[in-house]
Design a binder for this molecule. Structure first.
Ligand SMILES: Nc1ncnc2c1ncn2[C@@H]1O[C@H](COP(=O)(O)OP(=O)(O)OP(=O)(O)O)[C@@H](O)[C@H]1O
Ligand code: SF4
Ligand SMILES: [Mg+2]
Length: 662
């Protein structure tokens, strides 16, 4: 199977970069092809037209009272009848459109501009800021909307401007809570971690990744709240606290009609109808926009103007050559350089019960051009160790209690946030396990690659595009020019993982960290990805730290292996040495339990008896003792944790390691 075979079929209708359709027309067309969008947009346009030219269209003076003509039913002279003061209801509705819609739009804008930043701030900073903000919002939510709006208007005074503030303020909690919730879920996505790993600042992460992802939800919420804002404003108008007479506003008109609701129902019907249809119109339009701005629901990817201020401009056609070769020319580290040097590293989780040791005294070195694989059962601390080496450990969650880590000769612990970002930018690339969630679904692949390229270089847009194309070629993606404008959901799993690798390589890292990079892929694609990583490593001379459960993969792909158990490296050395003749009973058990690496093919696989110990609940002495077939009646095993020592060309932490040699 060719490397290109796992890619999805690309729609034949290629986009011409020379004659791109006007984005505004594209958006309009895509709204209108949806029935809800066509109806919603038409009604919204009619309403907006009404707000602008309504006063000019009014057939009669909406303020002129005529006591000879009060409470007249609809007729040719007064289409919607007259009110209790003899004023023409139709004219008043036309004139009232501006105030009514202005209150709706103004209220939502106030709520959006205050609520969304508060929600994002709470999600980003967490801790006491989140607690204080959310409790304040809970207090606001505990009052019914109309009571809260009444209180605001009572304090500020009854006029149109204060009604906008009042209905805006009551919607702030809804925006803040929603923005916090959706931001938290976006922040949990691996592509955020990827962006942070590229050295992106908090502002950049929020603008580039969080806002575009939450904009669809917020847009829909805005339209829904537009309807409820109108109703709150109408409620205030109904209670006589809205726009003050004689200026008409639909809610106020509705309120004025309440005394005549039985005898002259048309007085309430017409303003009520205009209000209800306006709310429906904005809802329909919002729903259509949500469908468009959610790229996973699109059949073809298109750039849209509303979100473009959040996204980078599409790169201009390529003119400058800045290929991968240019990056390589920067020069990989020499073969004897220790790209990673970890000494006596201890990591602990911060929990309610105090610190729980998860990594307990790890020493390791990875030289340029070599791959070290860390293997071990689930929960042994592999990912925690990898993240700490990649400077990605969250200090609120993980404490570095002892030890040192150096990347490319530079200390990687105890740095300021800016220095950490700089180190990541210059030296570290990361490939995550789940490529699907490692890519931002609302950004094109080109935009995500370009972000990675820009993070470490000052190339102009054409050169950035060229470099992105070269990176996609480097990971064997055919037709990269066209692929740049596609979204992640338009690629297969294998292709996505290649793109994740291309992003990780964009900064020409000295160290590539890969946490189970192929476990989500089928065997054929796994093989392709690993061959690809090998080729790239050979060209660039970078060091790779690979975390995996798969000993077969380790045997084929890595140079060195470190076996991790309960937070310690119990055996480490060259692949040929450790896997050919494992000395630690845990390594032996792992090997016997892996298909194809056991004593003989056709033999049943052996599982490792017992369970690995939980973090913070280690047995005394050697942590492997309760499961160790060699430990029976041996006081040495219970006396103390066996230190690592050199036995037969590898480091091993077992008092009786030599027994496996005989
Ligand atoms: N925030 C936390 N607080 C306490 N314990 C945690 C926390 N996060 C993870 N752990 C525990 O720490 C241990 C190590 O987790 P880690 O993810 O590093 O293991 P792993 O070796 O990568 O496992 P896997 O192979 O399943 O990915 C696990 O037992 C896990 O349950
Ligand atoms: S020290 Fe004892 S318990 Fe630990 S691995 Fe060696 S023999 Fe087993
Ligand atoms: Mg893990």
């Amino acid at each position: 199977m060719s490397l290109a075979q796992d890619m999805v079929t690309v729609p034949e209708r290629a986009e011409s970069t020379a004659a791109k359709p006007n984005p505004a027309w594209t958006l309009l067309r895509r709204i209108l092809v949806q029935p809800k969008g066509a109806v919603g947009l038409t009604l919204v346009v009619l309403y907006l037209a009404l707000a602008i030219i309504g006063p000019a269209l009014a057939p009669q003076d909406a303020f002129r009272q005529n006591f000879a003509q009060t409470l007249r039913p609809p007729s040719a002279a007064h289409w919607f009848g007259t009110d209790q003061l003899g004023r023409d209801v139709f004219s008043r509705i036309l004139i009232g459109a501006r105030a009514t819609l202005g209150i709706g739009v103004g209220g939502v804008t106030v709520a959006f501009l205050i609520g969304v930043p508060l929600g994002i701030l709470a999600a980003w900073r967490r801790g006491w800021i989140e607690a204080v903000l959310m409790r304040a919002i809970d207090v606001m939510l505990s009052f019914p909307d109309i009571v809260f709006a009444l209180a605001v208007v009572a304090i500020l005074g009854a006029n149109t401007q204060n009604v906008i503030i009042a209905v805006g303020v009551v919607s702030i909690p809804v925006f803040a809570r929603t923005a916090r919730a959706v931001t938290l879920s976006v922040l949990a996505e691996p592509y955020i971690e990827g962006s942070v790993a590229l050295g992106a600042s908090p502002a950049r992460v929020i603008l580039r990744h969080v806002l575009p992802n939450i904009s669809g939800t917020l847009l829909t919420l805005s339209t829904l709240l537009f309807a409820s804002t109108l109703l709150s404003a109408s409620g205030l108008g109904f209670l006589g606290l809205g726009t003050q007479p004689p200026f008409p506003e639909w809610g106020t008109m509705l309120g004025d009609s309440r005394s005549y609701i039985r005898s002259h129902p048309y007085l309430a019907t017409f303003p009520g109808l205009f209000l209800a249809v306006s709310a429906l119109a904005f809802n329909l339009l919002g729903d259509a926009l949500r469908t468009i701005y959610d790229p996973t629901s699109r059949r073809a990817a298109r750039r849209l103007p509303l979100l473009n201020f959040l996204r980078r401009r599409a790169a201009a056609p390529a003119t400058a050559a800045a290929g991968l070769a240019a990056g390589l020319a920067a020069g990989p580290a020499g073969p004897d350089t220790a790209v990673v040097a970890v000494e006596g590293l201890h990591l602990a989780f911060r929990t309610g019960e105090g610190l729980l040791d998860v990594v307990r005294g790890v020493d390791l070195t990875i030289r340029a051009g070599r791959t070290l694989a860390i293997v071990g059962e689930s929960g042994s601390g592999k990912s925690t160790l990898l993240r700490a080496i990649g400077t990605l450990a969250n200090p609120q969650e993980v404490a570095i209690t002892a030890g040192a880590v150096a990347i490319g000769g530079e200390p990687a612990l105890g740095l300021s946030a800016a220095a950490v970002r700089d180190l990541r930018r210059r030296k570290i690339g990361i490939v995550f396990q789940d490529a699907a969630s490692a890519l931002n679904p609302v950004l094109t692949v080109g935009a995500q690659l370009a972000e990675a390229v820009r993070a470490c270089s000052r190339l102009d847009p054409p050169a950035v595009r060229q470099r992105c194309i070269a990176l996609l070629r480097d990971v064997n993606i055919a037709d990269p020019e066209r692929r740049l404008d596609m979204y992640p959901h338009q690629f297969s799993g294998g292709m996505k993982q290649r793109i994740v690798i291309a992003i990780a390589l964009a900064q020409n890292p000295e160290l590539l960290l890969a946490d189970e990079p192929t476990s989500a892929l089928d065997v054929t694609i796994q093989q392709q990805i690993l061959v690809l990583l090998r080729e790239i490593q050979r060209k660039r001379g970078m060091a790779i730290l690979l975390v995996t459960h798969d000993l077969n993969l380790v045997a084929r792909f890595a140079d060195d292996v470190a076996v991790m158990y309960a937070g310690r490296l119990v055996e480490s050395g060259a692949i040929a040495t450790v896997l050919e003749q494992p000395l630690h009973p845990y390594t032996q058990a792992l090997r016997a339990s892996a298909p194809g690496t056991g004593e003989g093919r056709g033999q049943p696989l052996r599982s490792i008896p017992g369970e690995p110990p939980l973090v913070g609940q280690l047995p005394s002495g050697c942590a492997f003792r309760p499961r160790c077939p060699r430990s029976a009646n041996r006081a040495e095993c219970a006396a103390q944790e066996p230190p690592e020592r050199m036995v037969a060309s590898r480091q091993v932490a077992c008092v009786f390691a030599e027994e496996a040699l005989s």
